[in-house]
Ligand binder design. Structure first.
Ligand SMILES: [Zn+2]
Length: 158
C-alpha cells in the first residue's frame, strides 16, 4: 500500500511509453523502430512488448558454444541409434550390437551432459571469462568421446 499523499507508481505500460518516448529502439521480432510508441504492442507485427532489466554483458558466447557442442553430440548419437534400430528392423539384418551399444551409451551420456549444462546455465554465465572459455572447450570432449566410441564400434565390429 502507498503512504498517504504518495503518488501511485507508474504502471508497466506508462514506463514502456516513457522509455520509448525519445529512444530509437527496434522491435526484437520485426526490427520496427518503436520510438514514440503509444500502446504496448508493436505497430508492425502486433506482438505485445514489455520493459525488462537486462545485463549489459549477458555472457552468452561460451554458454551457447557449449550448448551447441553438447546438442550436436546428443543429436548425432540419437539419430545414429534410431538409424540402426530402423535399419535392422526393416532389413531384418543383424547389425552388430556394438553399434547399438556405442550410440546408445553416447546418447545417454551426451543427454546427461546437455541437461546438466542447461541446469547450470546461471552458474556458468556468472563465472569469470577464463573459466567460461575452459568450460566451453571442455564440452567439446563430449562429441569427441561419442565419435571415438562410434569409431571404436566400427573398428571392433562383430
Ligand atoms: Zn514488431
Amino acid at each position: 500500500m502507498n503512504e498517504p499523499g504518495q503518488k501511485n507508481p507508474p504502471n508497466d505500460r506508462d514506463l514502456l511509453k516513457a522509455f520509448l518516448d525519445r529512444r530509437d529502439e527496434s522491435c526484437p521480432l520485426c526490427g520496427y523502430n518503436l520510438r514514440g510508441l503509444t500502446g504496448s504492442q508493436c505497430p508492425e507485427c502486433a506482438k505485445a512488448l514489455v520493459l525488462r532489466v537486462g545485463l549489459e554483458e549477458p555472457n552468452l558466447g561460451a554458454y551457447v558454444t557449449g550448448l551447441i557442442a553438447l546438442a550436436s553430440a546428443t543429436g548425432f548419437c540419437f539419430l545414429m541409434f534410431l538409424f540402426f534400430v530402423i535399419f535392422s528392423a526393416k532389413n531384418n539384418s543383424s547389425i552388430p550390437r556394438v553399434y547399438f551399444f556405442a550410440t546408445g551409451v553416447g546418447a545417454v551420456f551426451s543427454s546427461i551432459c546437455l541437461v546438466c549444462w542447461i541446469r547450470l546455465a546461471r552458474m556458468i554465465r556468472g563465472c569469470s571469462r577464463s573459466k567460461r572459455v575452459v568450460a566451453a572447450i571442455a564440452t567439446f570432449l563430449v562429441p569427441l568421446i561419442c565419435f571415438t566410441m562410434f569409431m571404436w564400434a566400427a573398428i571392433n565390429e562383430k
